[in-house]
Design a protein around this ligand. Structure first.
Ligand code: C2E
Ligand code: CMP
Ligand code: CA
Ligand code: CA
Length: 412
């Protein structure tokens, strides 16, 4: 806050109702009367004291002063600039912005009813002039976000989430090595909603913790079933793994590790069969998250670095943090055949990871040509629509059977 202080003597006006407001004030000493109307029809709304702020309403939404202010006794005020306020509001969650404009409108309406007999016309004019900080479209999208957040809470209770499983193939052998669990929301109002729409909202709130727990329980129980079938199909084959996407906030949760441990024990699954997929963004969330990920590795869980190559300083993360596999982002696979530079980068990532002993999973393989190219680059694993889209558990089980009957070798 600016330390620009101003002194007012008893009865001195600070500003008048209806004026444009350019700053707010923090009361350091003395008292301030907030009133509407004038002369005989004046109504005092409140008297404020040290530590309180006033004059913020017109600064927040650009409307005229909703009331007048005058000093009651000798007063010292600190001026708070419009920028100080707007910078804070602009950088906050848009939902906070919407809540503030709602409260301001409500406050003006209530002033209007208090001053009813005083100056209805003037107060109504002020109410009309009060405008929201954001456009009507942006306000609507904020409202929809609030709606979705409330629906998501209910969705968990109503069991509206489902998991789809996408096979992760051994690119060299053409056999299934594991699956990635991908959440979907079967909303009664919105239909099937993809995670990039609702998971960011869940991640901004604590909702990600119970949703994440459900994903862990559901996917590990699916892994048990998939492995049962897999073992019956291939007597000496290695067990399948399950890749589970984990958000930063889940690693902050105190009960995260004990929950994981409990779930794998009751499903009789080994820690090494679970790959926790994290994006490199997570490493910027501070030492507590890094510590929590390290603890997972100490417990035997595998950690896969997702969307590799899309962020920055990826290479320093590889040196700093130990990971068990690396997922080359699908944007590389999509363009490597058209763009020579992307081809070289993809090839180099795989060579580097192989050199470090970290297996690579290539994402978004859609064509036989891409599969063939990745195989020639010595990429170990791959997933993509070429093999299968993410599908419900029943179809994932069918996929295990059909891929056994016919080795997936679509590049040939
Ligand atoms: P992701 O972890 O990078 O997942 C891969 C995404 O690529 C999935 O999108 C998948 O359906 C899609 N994909 C797979 N193969 C292909 C392909 O060949 N071509 C194309 N164009 N796309 C392909 P999806 O299922 O919509 O998930 C989007 C993101 O949502 C995920 O990206 C992940 O970040 C997040 N997510 C999904 N499930 C969970 C979850 O259970 N927990 C958390 N925290 N995040 C999740
Ligand atoms: P602003 O509208 O900028 O100028 C008048 C200020 O008086 C307003 O900001 C608030 O800080 C304050 N104010 C307006 N109405 C009330 C009220 N009903 N109670 C307390 N303070 C108010
Ligand atoms: Ca993933
Ligand atoms: Ca990814």
């Amino acid at each position: 806050m600016s330390s620009q202080a101003r002194n007012f003597s008893h009865g001195e006006k600070i500003f008048t109702e209806g004026e444009a407001g350019s700053c707010a004030y923090l009361i350091e000493k003395g008292h301030i009367e907030i009133f509407i109307g004038h002369g005989d029809s004046e109504v005092v709304l409140t008297t404020l004291g040290p530590g309180e702020v006033f004059g913020e309403m017109s600064v927040i939404d650009g409307s005229p002063r909703s009331a007048s202010a005058r000093a009651h006794g000798q007063s010292e005020l600190v001026v708070i600039s419009a920028e100080t306020i707007s910078e804070r509001i602009d950088s906050s969650d848009p939902i906070v912005g919407l809540l503030i404009s709602t409260m301001l409108r409500r406050m003006r309406r209530s002033n209007q009813s208090v001053g009813g007999q005083v100056n209805v016309e003037e107060q109504s004019k002020l109410l009309l002039q009060s405008k929201s900080k954001i456009s009507p479209e942006a306000e609507e999208s904020v409202r929809d976000k609030m709606r979705m957040e409330s629906e998501l809470k209910q969705a968990l209770v109503n069991g509206e989430f489902i998991l789809h499983y996408q096979p992760i193939m051994d690119v060299q052998k053409g056999s299934v090595s594991g699956f990635e669990a991908l959440i979907r929301w079967q909303s009664p109002q919105r239909g099937l909603v993809r995670p990039d729409i609702f998971m960011s909202i869940a991640e901004e709130t604590s909702l990600i913790v119970p949703i994440g727990k459900w994903v862990i329980e559901e996917s590990i129980s699916a892994l048990k079933e998939l492995n049962k079938l897999h073992r019956s199909l291939h007597k000496d084959a290695e067990d399948l793994f399950m890749s589970i996407n984990i958000s930063g906030r889940q690693f902050h949760d105190q009960g995260f590790h004990s929950h994981l441990q409990k779930v794998i024990e009751s499903a009789e699954v080994e820690t090494s069969q679970i790959k926790l997929e994290v994006t490199e963004r997570i490493f910027m969330e501070g030492p507590a998250v890094v510590q929590s990920i390290r603890k997972c590795r100490d417990m035997g869980f595998h950690v896969a670095l997702d969307d590799f190559g899309t962020g920055y300083s990826s290479l320093s993360y590889l040196a700093q943090f130990q990971v068990d596999s690396l997922k080359v982002d699908q944007s590389f696979v999509r363009t490597m055949l058209e763009d020579d530079k992307t081809y070289v980068i993809t090839n180099s990532i795989i060579m580097m990871a192989n050199g470090l002993g970290i297996p690579v999973i290539a994402e978004g393989i859609e064509s036989g040509k891409e599969h063939q190219t990745l195989r020639s680059m010595d990429c170990r694993f791959g997933q993509g629509y070429l093999f299968s889209r993410p599908v419900p558990l029943k179809d994932a089980l069918d996929f295990l059977v059909s891929s056994t009957a016919q080795r997936i070798d679509l590049a040939m």
